[in-house]
Design a protein. Structure first.
Length: 478
């Protein structure tokens, strides 16, 4: 029997998603047949562990119904075992269910925000325009026109597509995944849709995602980053803004941006960061200037110099911060090390001084959230508020930014994570180490984040060995 590479329980432990050592990128759904030692198995189309876990519901249902041979009226008519309810009420109930999962810390605020943005703000208007008022109105062709409708929503008042090309295939694919999740995780278990409709491959068809569609969240080039951070530091949250409303949130976001760019953390992961998750370590470094000064000092005092340990005279302090991050998707911990000790210390001092000046009692403990609000202790600003703060900055300074050489997409709050990854690749750091710090595998990193401009490493690309090439002689070992 093939060796199992990974195994994750799904459907409350009734089944599991597995991958074999022979091909860890291919996932399978399997469930134990009651009363036997045999399994029902189904190959999944998902390419990531998270997507495979979502697809498990489809596999569970597909193993219990016969495949549909043709598009018949029976396939589009709700089964007598399903119930019909108003779609608006169903959507509201679904969001309430997700909200309870957020409170129980089963999912993150970001996961809820994405679901609300798609299911409530997009699917509900789509249903209203297509006169779908009850769940019994949902049939196999319902979402066939979603892509066309969605592109029309990207048009402005004058009928011109925003951003030149409207909604990208990648965005559409992510929205359809949310719809599929809603159908599979809520409508199907609550018998609000027929299983043969929900599991039919024609029910939701994903658009083809091309290489250029993966250029969302582009990394920020060095010049643009300098413009952004200077504007934020000097104007957006500078001394002139000190006595205006929002000074705390602006100062918080300034420090948050620096940590985000230097750790490569997902925004949702930083929101969960606690002080106990940060550890400082002095790893030291060599300074030629410090070495020279110490040698001169010893010579001026006629102190003998140990020629065998000259390097020790050049050692200076270099503190780094080891930040424990927990995946917003799987909860798995990882460590990203960064040169942000001064940022964390400055932020903590600001928190304490600001709280005192404004009459708040701010008590920090190892379990305190790093970015928590002193006026609402135990909580941070919402993820959507972080996105608003970023857009507020970008809207003012956007025209001064050159953007990424390979992408026309605007910088997003995730661009700081992309910048960490791209800068690390350009610096020639070990790709496995980068992937480990970023919290995904090398394949995902190369697919979604590798957009290196070869001109930045032109010296390596164009270098050649000077002089005559030495002759080599080969011989066999025996």
């Amino acid at each position: 029997m093939p060796k199992i590479h990974s195994k994750t329980k799904v459907l409350s432990g009734r089944a599991e998603v597995i991958a074999y050592e022979r091909d860890p990128s291919t996932f399978y759904y399997r469930e134990l047949i009651t009363g036997t030692k045999s399994y029902r198995t189904r190959k999944l189309t998902a390419s990531t562990a998270e997507a495979a876990q979502l697809e498990a519901v489809d596999a569970y249902s597909a193993l219990r119904v016969a495949p549909i041979e043709a598009h018949t009226a029976a396939a589009t008519t709700p089964s007598t075992t399903t119930s019909a309810r108003g779609v608006k009420k169903v959507i509201q109930d679904y969001l309430k269910h997700l909200s309870s999962q957020v409170r129980a810390k089963q999912i993150s605020d970001g996961t809820y925000d994405v679901a609300e943005a798609v299911i409530y703000k997009l699917v509900l208007p789509f249903f209203e325009e297509n006169r779908i008022t009850k769940t019994s109105d949902i049939h196999i062709d319902t979402f066939q026109n979603y892509v066309v409708w969605r592109q029309s929503t990207a048009k402005g008042r004058h009928g011109v597509l925003k951003n030149g090309e409207g909604v990208t295939a990648l965005t559409l694919s992510k929205e359809l995944q949310q719809i599929k999740k809603w159908v599979s995780h809520y409508l199907l278990p609550h018998k609000l849709i027929k299983a043969e409709i929900a599991t039919d491959k024609r029910f939701i068809v994903y658009p083809r995602v091309r290489a250029e569609d993966l250029l969302a969240n582009p990394a920020i080039n060095a010049d643009d980053w300098e413009n952004i951070i200077n504007y934020v530091r000097k104007e957006w949250r500078g001394d002139a803004a000190k006595y205006r409303k929002g000074y705390w949130s602006r100062t918080m976001f300034w420090n948050w941006m620096l940590v985000s760019k230097n750790t490569g953390a997902r925004p949702e992961e930083l929101l969960k960061l606690r002080w106990k998750d940060i550890e400082y370590e002095d790893i030291g470094r060599f300074s030629k200037t410090a070495q020279k000064e110490r040698i001169q000092e010893l010579m001026s005092k006629n102190i003998p110099i140990d020629e065998d340990n000259l390097d020790e005279l050049g050692q200076v302090s270099n503190e780094v911060a080891h930040v424990v991050l927990r995946s917003s998707k799987t909860g798995a911990p990882r460590i990203s090390s960064c040169n942000c000790v001064y940022v964390f210390e400055r932020w903590l001092k600001f928190q304490q001084n600001w709280s005192k000046e404004n009459g708040y009692t701010y008590e920090v403990s190892p379990n305190s959230l790093v970015w928590e609000c002193p006026y609402n202790q135990g909580k941070t600003l919402t993820y959507s508020r972080y996105k608003q703060l970023w857009i507020e900055i970008r809207d003012v300074i956007g025209k001064k930014l050159k953007g990424h050489v390979f992408s026309d997409e605007p910088y997003t709050i995730y661009s700081m994570r992309s910048t960490f990854i791209e800068d690390s690749l350009l610096a020639g750091k070990d790709i496995f180490l980068i992937a480990k710090a970023a919290g995904h595998d090398v394949k995902t990193l190369m697919k979604h984040y590798e957009r290196i401009d070869p001109r930045k490493r032109s010296r390596e690309m164009t270098s050649y060995e000077m002089g005559a090439k030495p002759k080599t002689v080969r011989r066999s070992a025996i």
